[in-house]
Design a protein around this ligand. Structure first.
Ligand code: BGC
Length: 259
């Protein structure tokens, strides 16, 4: 972003990048509204999705936006003290990678903040999404390649929960009920909603949230499955959908939230 007049004061904007299983997506976000202030750039996730290969794509997206401010990046991994600890749907070589150093070096010394993708999406929903996410004990979930989770208490995040890997019967929750599982097994919404219900019932039994907020691409079609859920806890579709990861990553760059 080249303009520097008051209306385009750069402090109002941040670049967020969301690393996913199929695409790496980035956009400049207006912190005042949570809206994109640029086109979204999407580049296919390299295969294998090693840290170096993904960092090169991240750098391409930053250059594509002509951006030289801090950058927020989210990815499907537990991130503790800026070190990736898990790699469920990305290359195993992420485990133990100092993601702060990786991206800072790839971006020529740019200041970066890196966090888990579901945590980023949850934080974005708190700021710009459905007001349900802002108060009380809320379990925010994303349904995509995996199932991501963010625990929110009055809008404050308890980072790095990994409820997608909880065992539900003899399967991990995300193997049973991610939207990738729906596609893979060609499940109807009815059949898939039954599985989601089973997962949510277990979360409900153990965590007793006041509400679930459900995001990820499939929340776009929430009318097809949310009404089929029979658990007692209210389930509210997220408002930001696919945008949430990018917005939350950009927000992390601003406040340098470092889980
Ligand atoms: C990963 C989480 C991630 C979620 C959604 C899971 O497989 O373990 O870290 O948040 O997928 O991408």
């Amino acid at each position: 972003m080249a303009t520097t007049d008051t209306e385009h004061d750069l402090s109002h904007f941040g670049l967020g990048i969301d690393i996913g299983g199929s695409g790496v997506k980035g956009a400049i976000v207006d912190y005042r509204t949570g809206e994109f202030a640029s086109e979204r750039i999407k580049i296919a996730t390299p295969s294998p999705a090693t840290p170096e290969a993904v960092a090169a794509v991240v750098s391409e997206i930053v250059r594509g936006h002509n951006w030289d401010g801090p950058v927020g990046i989210c990815l499907p991994s537990v991130v503790v003290n800026q070190v990736a600890r898990t790699a469920a749907n990305i290359d195993k070589s992420w485990i133990g990678t100092d993601v702060h150093d990786l991206f800072t070096n790839a971006l020529g010394g740019t200041n970066v903040a890196v966090l888990n993708d579901a945590d980023a999406a949850g934080l974005a929903e708190v700021s710009f999404g459905d007001e349900t996410a802002r108060s009380g004990a809320v379990l925010f979930l994303t349904f995509g390649t995996g199932i991501g989770s963010a625990f929110l208490a009055d809008g404050v995040l308890f980072p790095n929960t990994e409820l997608g890997h909880m065992m539900i019967g003899d399967k991990e929750a995300e193997h049973l009920a991610s939207s990738a599982a729906k596609d893979r097994e060609e499940l109807s919404y009815k059949k898939w909603a039954k599985r989601v219900n089973k997962v949510l019932a277990e979360y409900e039994r153990l965590f007793n949230p006041a509400a679930f907020v459900v995001g990820g691409g499939i929340s776009r079609n929430s009318d097809k499955w949310v009404p089929l859920l029979t658990i007692d806890t209210p389930v509210v579709p997220a408002k930001l959908r696919n945008r949430a990861g990018i917005v939350g990553a950009a927000m992390a760059a601003r406040s340098l939230i470092q889980p």
